[in-house]
Design a protein around this ligand. Structure first.
Ligand SMILES: Nc1ncnc2c1ncn2[C@@H]1O[C@H](COP(=O)(O)OP(=O)(O)O)[C@@H](O)[C@H]1O
Ligand SMILES: [Mg+2]
Length: 201
C-alpha cells in the first residue's frame, strides 16, 4: 500500500488544524510510519520545534508537491494547511486521500466549515470530513452545530476531540499525550485515528 495523504484544512483560523496534525501524528506513529508537512506560511509546527528542542515532530523539510509526496516511504503523510488557499494548496488538496476540517462547536465555525466543504466539493474529487474539536461536555451548542452541518450535507466524523488542557500543553511543549498518560485524551485520539484509517482503506 502506498502513502496516504491527509490534509487538515479549514478556511477559518484557530479551529485546531495544527493541533489536530500534531495529535494525529502521536496517534498514528503507534501503528504506522508518519510524516508531517507544514504547509502554513505561519509555520506554526516548524517554529514550535525550533523554539523547543524537546518538541519532536516528524516534520519533512522541502516537501510540498504531490509528486514529491508520492515518492515518500511513510504510510501516512499529514499536511498542516493555512486557513486560505495559497500557491500549491489546491494541488495538495486534490492529491489528498482525505481532508479533515476541524471545527469548534460554534455557529461561525460551522459556517466556515460549510464554505470550506463547498470549496473542496467544487474544486476536487476528494472526501472531506468535519472533526468537531474543543468540544465541551454538557453544552447544547455542539448538537446545534452538528445539526447545522448535517443539514448542509457536511459529513461528520463520529470521533471528536474535547476541550482539554493536555492538548493545549501538547502544542505548547510538545507533550506526547500517550507519554503523558491522559486516559481520556488517549481514548478519543485512538478512536479518531481508527476512524480515519477506515476512511483511507
Ligand atoms: N482540543 C483542544 N483543547 C484545548 N485547546 C485546544 C484544542 N485544540 C486547539 N486548542 C488550542 O487552540 C489554539 C488554536 O489551535 P491551532 O491548532 O493553532 O489552530 P489553527 O491551526 O486552526 O489556527 C491553540 O492555542 C491550541 O493550543
Ligand atoms: Mg495552524
Amino acid at each position: 500500500m502506498g502513502v496516504s495523504l491527509i490534509s487538515v484544512f479549514n478556511h477559518k483560523g484557530g479551529t485546531g488544524k495544527s493541533s489536530t496534525v500534531c495529535m494525529l501524528s502521536y496517534a498514528f506513529e503507534r501503528s504506522v510510519t508518519v510524516g508531517l508537512i507544514d504547509f502554513d506560511p505561519q509555520r506554526t509546527l516548524t517554529s514550535l520545534t525550533e523554539i523547543n528542542e524537546t518538541f519532536k515532530l516528524p516534520l519533512l523539510e522541502n516537501v510540498s508537491k504531490p509528486s514529491q509526496i508520492a515518492k515518500l516511504s511513510q504510510r501516512v503523510i499529514i499536511v498542516d494547511m493555512p486557513p486560505y488557499i495559497i500557491d500549491g494548496a489546491l494541488d495538495i488538496l486534490k492529491a489528498s486521500n482525505l481532508v479533515i476540517m476541524p471545527c469548534k462547536p460554534s455557529i461561525v465555525d460551522a459556517v466556515a466549515t460549510i464554505k470550506t466543504y463547498e470549496y473542496i466539493q467544487d474544486n476536487t474529487e476528494v472526501k472531506a470530513v468535519c472533526l468537531l474539536n474543543m468540544v465541551q461536555k454538557s453544552t447544547t451548542i455542539t448538537n446545534e452545530v452538528k445539526n447545522v452541518l448535517k443539514e448542509q450535507g457536511v459529513p461528520l466524523l463520529n470521533a471528536a476531540l474535547g476541550q482539554r488542557v493536555v492538548y493545549a500543553k501538547a502544542l505548547s511543549y510538545g507533550t506526547n499525550i500517550y507519554k503523558a498518560g491522559n486516559r481520556l485524551a488517549v481514548a478519543e485520539l485512538d478512536q479518531l485515528a481508527q476512524e480515519i484509517l477506515t476512511h483511507l482503506i
